[in-house]
Design a protein around this ligand. Structure first.
Ligand code: GLY
Length: 594
């Protein structure tokens, strides 16, 4: 099929298939798919979508404002695909599934088929959490990443042994099975076409590749640096193997990935690279519905991710401590506010790193995170100066990793979904003949209690490797409700441990400091955790005088310039009866709505 030229927002597009979800050819193929499933009403909706007005779009850091629906993602193409799904009659879950599959094509540093993720959804007034985190293969062992002297190796980070059994395809299939309105095939079609017909690499796609190129396996080099030369900006990137894999998933559902040709290719890749995932591991993978964490913060109901994420409980405990301080009187990004927020974060991370893990393997002391009494006691430890000390470990990896997107639909449903390969491009191993990358999520387990992992976290025995166990995550998809129970703020972030503090900051900026969403997202970030005993400050957004004032209280301060080193959030806020979507100001995504 030939590309078809079309206009978008009045501007001619050089290749219609690059923005495939707005493409009339795509719509007609969806109609065919819908007809074949006997969905006459859907056909009408698809055709209506085809005639609809352009999307309201805003680049990173600016607000797109829309009446009905909104999608915010780090990948502009994925956001447009999601918004188009909504316009074509899909709901927030259809859009989320379509965005997630598209990210696997257009944002390979974190979007994935070979990784995992966590979804929080508010549908018809009820909230559900879906865990499609990777699991340790059956042949995994507690000390599998230590060398003969008991020292950690990099085998949990790069190469086939670093790979946990992927959960994304099973999770997306389950989300759609339970809540999807569009045909399964229709939500995969845009990703399939982007993989098949290609899209032009933009600067961010190329930058991500260049940062990770030295780690790439031969199979990944063949995809992203053919003939040894990495893709350059403007070149068209096609991935026929990935299109074939997506087609198998479209035709067979999750079985198109966990069984048959794709499963065989994954296992063959494992055997070539010294990995341990078997056909049996793939076949037995199951996503899990979990009860969301719920807490109130200054009168707002906050819904967030339960374990296997550490994010929700750590957020709840931090917010519980902070509720006793008048942050608004202290002032946003003042030394007073940063001091108490950082102290609360350090207390909460101390418990995160020692107590949290897979709830199917360890007992989670949920009350120690959610109880107002615990928060009150811990709050009393926060004085005028910093109160503990520890040594400084090496920095975590610098690059981007994980990606979050937020969706709301015209019925007031919302999805916050975070998905990941762990670090950028995961294990850096692609499945030959299947066109997708595999995660290095095994590094999120406690490889050793003595050292920090790639995310800069020193974790405890509870999170040790056991076959079939899920590794602890920091992903924090979060929905704050208004007084009527409708979504007010839908948010989440990428950035390892910094996810939790970025989500907290966006929430505090909106609730305590009453900032409009663009300001809440643009505000300079800071991050603290139990170890290293240090506050990272985003400079020069945070004033030098504030950094000095924090040092005077005994804090070790690291001044960081540039966009990296903090969480990247993707958020939607209900304000003045409209949806306001803002993509991370330090990134390259968009908000798109109508
Ligand atoms: N792989 C990052 C996280 O789940 O926290």
């Amino acid at each position: 099929m030939k590309p078809i030229t079309f206009t978008l927002n009045g501007a001619p597009q050089d290749n219609g298939l690059e923005d495939v979800a707005l493409h009339s050819g795509f719509v007609s193929r969806c109609v065919v798919a819908a007809r074949s499933q006997g969905a006459a009403l859907l056909c009408a909706a698809l055709l209506a979508g085809c005639r609809a007005a352009p999307l309201a779009e805003a680049p990173a850091g600016q607000a797109a404002v829309a009446d009905s629906a909104m999608v915010v993602s780090a990948s502009p193409r994925a956001a447009r695909v999601g918004a188009s799904m909504l316009r074509l009659g899909g709901n927030a879950v259809d859009a989320a599934v379509a965005v997630a599959f598209t990210l696997a094509v257009t944002y390979p540093t974190a979007g994935n088929l070979g990784g995992g993720g966590l979804m929080l959804a508010r549908i018809n007034g009820e909230t559900m959490a879906l865990d499609f985190r990777e699991v340790a293969p059956q042949a995994a062992t507690r000390d599998m990443y230590l060398d003969a002297r008991g020292e950690p190796t990099d085998r949990s980070v790069t190469g086939a042994l670093a790979v946990g059994v992927p959960g994304s395809v099973a999770g997306l299939y389950e989300a759609h099975r339970k809540y999807g309105a569009l045909p399964w095939r229709a939500v995969i079609q845009p990703a399939m076409e982007l993989a098949e017909y290609g899209f032009r690499a933009d600067a961010s796609f190329v930058e991500d590749l260049e940062d990770n190129l030295p780690r790439f396996s031969p199979s990944t080099k063949a995809l992203y640096a053919p003939n040894g030369v990495p893709f350059d900006t403007g070149m068209k990137f096609r991935n026929a193997d990935l299109a074939k894999t997506l087609r198998l998933i479209a035709e067979r559902g999750a079985a198109g990935f966990y069984e048959g040709e794709t499963a065989d290719l994954i296992v063959a890749e494992m055997q070539r690279g010294g990995g341990i995932i078997t056909l049996e591991d793939l076949k037995r993978y199951q996503p899990k519905w979990r009860k969301p964490v719920e807490f109130t913060y200054r009168g707002h109901r906050v819904l967030t991710m339960p374990p296997i994420s550490s994010g929700g409980l750590t957020l709840a405990l931090t917010a519980g401590m902070l509720e006793g301080f008048d942050l608004r009187a202290m002032g946003a990004n003042s030394a007073d506010a940063i001091h108490v927020i950082a102290e609360a974060e350090r207390e909460a991370f101390l418990r995160r790193n020692t107590l949290l893990a897979d709830p199917d393997f360890v007992t989670i002391p949920t009350e120690r995170f959610l109880s107002p009494d615990t928060a009150r006691v811990l709050r009393t430890r926060i004085g005028r100066t910093k109160h503990t000390l520890s040594a400084l470990p090496p920095d975590p990896v610098r690059g981007r990793h994980t990606t979050h997107f937020s969706v709301v639909d015209g019925q007031g449903n919302a999805v916050a979904l975070t998905t990941t390969l762990n670090t950028g491009f995961g294990s850096a191993v692609s499945v030959s003949g299947a066109g997708f990358l595999l995660n290095n999520e095994m590094d999120d387990f406690t490889v050793s209690t003595e050292v920090v992992n790639q995310m800069g976290l020193r974790q405890g025995e509870a999170n040790a490797i056991v076959p079939g166990k899920r590794m602890l995550s920091s992903m924090t998809p979060t929905i704050v409700l208004d007084s009527s129970g409708a979504p007010l703020l839908v948010t989440g972030a990428s950035g390892g441990a910094r996810i939790i503090t970025a989500v907290l900051q966006v929430m505090l900026n909106v609730i305590d400091f009453q900032m409009p969403l663009p300001e809440a997202m643009r505000a300079p970030r800071f991050h603290a955790q139990d170890f290293p005993d240090r506050i990272d400050l985003s400079m020069p957004g945070i004033a030098e005088s504030t950094a000095v004032a924090l040092e005077a209280r005994g804090h070790t301060v690291r001044r960081k310039e540039g966009p990296l080193g903090f969480g990247w959030a993707q958020s939607i806020l209900r304000s003045g009866g409209k949806w306001h979507g803002v993509s991370e100001p330090r990134g390259h995504g968009i908000a798109a709505g109508f």
